[in-house]
Design a protein around this ligand. Structure first.
Ligand code: DSN
Length: 410
C-alpha cells in the first residue's frame, strides 16, 4: 500500500532496510525491535485519542485501549518489580522532563553526571532545559580510575544540597552502585532519580543490578537493550504515582501514543521470556570479549574494561579523532558513534572517543568468537583510516558477516 501511495518514502524505507541488513550496527543505544513489536507500532491504535489514564479518559471509545494500557502497566510493574508504571512518555528526554516536573521547581538544585563523563544532555547540560531552568551541579568520574567515586559524589552532595540526584548514564561502561546513591540521597534529603535507558534490558534480563528498591523515580527508553519500540516509560514506588502521572498528563503531554504503548506491552512480554535473559547475558559476554580483544590489540578503553553492553574507546594516543574513526568505520560498513571521553580536550562534535555497543549484533545472533573477528576489523580501520584497500577488504568481511547474521530471518 505504501508503495502505491508514496513510492518515494516506500523506496527510502526499502533502502534503509537493505542498509540495516548489510552493515554492522554497533551503536550502543540501538537494537532491532522484533516484528511483533513493529506490528503493534504500525497498528490501528494510532487512530485513537485517549487523553487521561485507563478508565479515566477525556474521550469515549477507549474500551480496548484501556485494556492495552493496563496490560502494559502491569507487565512493566512485574518485569521491573515496581509499584507503579507510567507508559505515556514519548521518549527518554520527555520522561526525564516529567521527573523534573514532578519533583522540582524551576531554579532548584540537582546533581547529574557531566555529559563528557557519560551523562545525558537532560542530566544538566547547559544547552538543555535541565541546565538552563535548573541549577545543575555536575559530578564526574575519577581522573585516575575513570569510574564513579562515591565519596566525591557524597562530598559534592553535602556541599551543594541538591533536591535531586540523577544516576544512570549514556556512556558509562561500569555497574552503578544504586545503594550508594540511595545512601547519599538519604543523607542530604534528595530525590533519587535513576535513568536506566541504556541498561533496562540488562536489568530485565537479570544481568545487571536493579535500582527498583532504591530509586524514588526511574526513567527509561524502551528501545535500547530492552529491544522494544522507540519510546519511554517512568517507573516509581506507589507513593510517587500521583506526582508522576500528573506530571506526564496533564503536566506535559496530551494524547498518549497507544500504538507505541501496545508495542511496549509486547516488548515487556518478550522480555519476560527465559530467552531474553539468555540474550541479555550474551550481550554482556560479547561486550567483554570485544573489549578484551580491543585492549589486546593496543587500544585503550575508558575504565580499562566493560561491565555492560558498551565500550568507550579512548583514541587520544591513536592519532585519530572520534569523528574520523566513526567516518572511516562507516565507510567500511561498521556503524558506531563518536563520543566524548572524561576530560576530553576535543569538542563534542570531534571527540577523542568512540562508543561501541553489542546489543544489536547480539540480537542478530553474534557470539564471542564473532566478537574477535569484529575487534580485528575495527582495529584494522582505526590503524589505517585512510587506506582504501584496507577499507575495501573490511567491507567485504562486513558483507560476509551480515549474510551470516541476517535481520528478521532474511
Ligand atoms: N541518544 C541516546 C544514546 O545514544 O545514548 C541517549 O539518549
Amino acid at each position: 500500500m505504501l508503495e502505491k501511495t508514496d513510492s518515494v518514502i516506500a523506496g527510502l524505507i526499502e533502502k534503509e532496510l537493505e542498509y540495516q541488513k548489510s552493515t554492522i550496527r554497533l551503536i550502543a543505544s540501538e537494537n532491532y525491535a522484533s516484528k511483533a513489536v513493529m506490528e503493534a507500532t504500525g497498528s490501528i491504535l494510532t487512530n485513537k485519542y485517549a487523553e487521561g489514564y485507563p478508565t479515566k479518559r477525556y474521550y469515549a471509545g477507549n474500551r480496548y485501549v484501556d485494556e492495552i494500557e493496563i496490560l502494559a502497566i502491569e507487565r512493566a510493574k512485574k518485569l521491573f518489580g515496581v509499584g507503579h508504571a507510567n507508559m505515556q512518555p514519548h521518549a527518554g528526554a520527555s520522561a526525564n522532563i516529567a521527573a523534573f516536573y514532578a519533583f522540582l521547581e524551576i531554579g532548584d538544585r540537582f546533581m547529574g553526571l557531566d555529559l563528557a563523563h557519560g551523562g545525558h544532555l537532560t542530566h544538566g547540560s547547559p544547552v538543555n532545559f535541565s541546565g538552563k531552568w535548573f541549577k545543575a551541579f555536575s559530578y564526574g568520574v575519577s581522573r585516575e580510575t575513570e569510574v564513579l567515586d562515591y565519596d566525591e559524589i557524597r562530598k559534592m552532595a553535602l556541599q551543594e544540597k541538591p533536591k535531586m540526584i540523577i544516576c544512570g548514564y549514556t556512556a558509562y561502561p561500569m555497574v552503578i552502585d544504586f545503594r550508594a546513591f540511595r545512601e547519599i540521597c538519604d543523607e542530604v534529603g534528595a530525590i533519587m532519580m535513576a535513568d536506566i535507558s541504556h541498561i533496562a534490558g540488562l536489568i530485565a534480563g537479570n544481568v545487571y543490578p536493579s535500582p527498583a528498591k532504591y530509586a524514588d523515580v526511574i526513567t527509561s527508553t524502551t528501545h535500547k537493550t530492552l529491544r522494544g519500540p522507540r519510546s519511554a516509560m517512568i517507573l516509581c514506588p506507589e507513593e510517587n504515582a500521583k506526582a508522576i502521572d500528573k506530571a506526564v498528563f496533564p503536566g506535559l503531554q496530551g494524547g498518549p501514543l497507544e500504538h507505541s504503548i501496545a508495542a511496549k506491552a509486547v516488548c515487556f512480554h518478550e522480555a519476560m521470556q527465559p530467552e531474553f535473559g539468555e540474550y541479555a547475558s550474551q550481550v554482556i559476554k560479547n561486550a567483554k570479549v570485544l573489549a578484551d580483544e580491543l585492549v589486546a590489540s593496543g587500544l585503550r578503553l575508558v575504565g580499562g574494561k566493560t561491565e555492560t553492553h558498551l565500550i568507550l574507546l579512548d583514541l587520544t594516543k591513536k592519532n585519530i579523532t572520534g569523528k574520523d574513526a566513526q567516518i572511516a568505520l562507516e565507510e567500511a560498513g561498521i556503524i558506531t558513534n563518536r563520543n566524548t571521553i572524561p576530560f576530553d580536550t576535543r569538542s563534542p562534535f570531534i571527540t577523542s572517543g568512540l562508543r561501541i555497543g553489542t546489543a544489536a549484533m547480539t540480537t542478530r545472533g553474534m557470539k564471542e568468537t564473532d566478537m574477535k573477528e569484529l575487534a580485528a576489523m575495527i582495529v584494522k580501520i582505526i590503524e589505517n583510516p585512510a587506506d582504501s584497500a584496507v577499507k575495501e577488504r573490511v567491507s567485504e568481511e562486513v558483507k560476509e558477516i551480515c549474510r551470516k547474521f541476517p535481520i528478521y530471518g532474511e
